[in-house]
Write a protein that binds this ligand. Sequence first.
Ligand SMILES: [Fe+2]
Length: 146
Amino acid sequence: MEYFEWNSSLSVHDALIDEDHKILIGMVNELHDAADLGKDYITLSRILERLAAYTREHFQREEDLMQAIAYARFKSHKEQHRKLLERVSDLQQELNRAREMVALDTAELLRFWLTSHILLSDKHLADTLHGTLLNSETERISATDS
Ligand SMILES: [Fe+2]
């Protein structure tokens, strides 16, 4: 049993966003397992650096999608992303001061944060995204018909 399991209840029904989330969850597991095995802070810092970089890329991809559809919740969703990155950056600095225990706290924070963010915010975004795509498709079809 993995520390953080992806399951269908976490699916937002968007293949690209789901794939990103699975990769992030895999990296949270990697961080947790390395911390659990008592790896040194340099090893843990490297894992966390990759995880933070992928998180930034993923957030940017979501934000680009939001802008493309003029998403009404863009500001608040982006603000959730910004706050998380700020916390992760603080934890990275802590970890770089040879405080290995911070890695487990970080894995715990990310497991909790990602689960609630996916369910509360990303699902809404994906639903809106697909609703919007469907509507523009419908408009295009009816425009062709007339
Ligand atoms: Fe998000």
